[in-house]
Ligand binder design. Sequence first.
Ligand code: ADP
Ligand code: MG
Ligand code: MG
Length: 206
Amino acid sequence: MLTIRDLEAWLRRSAELVGEHADELTALDAAIGDADHGANMKRGMTAVVSALDAGSFETVGTLLKKTGMTLVSTVGGASGPLYGTFFMRMGAAQASATGLDGPALAGAVEAGVAGIASRGRASAGEKTMLDAWYPALRALAADPQDLAAATAAAAAAAADGRDATTPMMATKGRASYLAERSIGHTDPGAASTALILQALAEVARE
Ligand code: ADP
Ligand code: MG
Ligand code: MG
């Protein structure tokens, strides 16, 4: 079972990883976007950590709603509303819960990913963060009982999904302006998603 404190630890670890990898995320975005994804995500996740420090959260719903709203208001760029929607929908799926077992986690992540797809009007294979989220969700939902194993599988699938964006041609977001010239570059949003799944696996392992 992931408790509220575990979910907070997930968000804090995500912020750490995004901070450590901010320059890489920005370099990916420099190749096919506007070179701000690392800075955007670092600013947003820093604000999330401040909100965690300032507040106290007793349900999955309140914790993740605050997280999502903070990202929407601080990240800017396409990724802010998309990640914001992810956390708000994930929280709404388990609003009054005080912890998540594996199947509840998988269901909540599924709701969050559906939120990204509807907000971004995107689907698999368009070279976006969804190309990391979808394989991660499939891995998580395939066998969710053992949280440590399921989240490790999801993190590995997200990393593979990130790498699989490299040969894709972008058809959504800023990178789509480059059309064929987006081929050969890894999607920055898929890379930040892989970090968020890595953080989840680390927290679930403890
Ligand atoms: P911006 O492109 O506005 O500068 P960011 O650089 O922070 O925003 O985020 C870019 C990332 O957002 C992309 O790498 C991609 O993963 C994701 N993204 C952009 N548009 C969409 C969309 N319509 N659906 C899903 N993800 C998207
Ligand atoms: Mg950008
Ligand atoms: Mg931008």
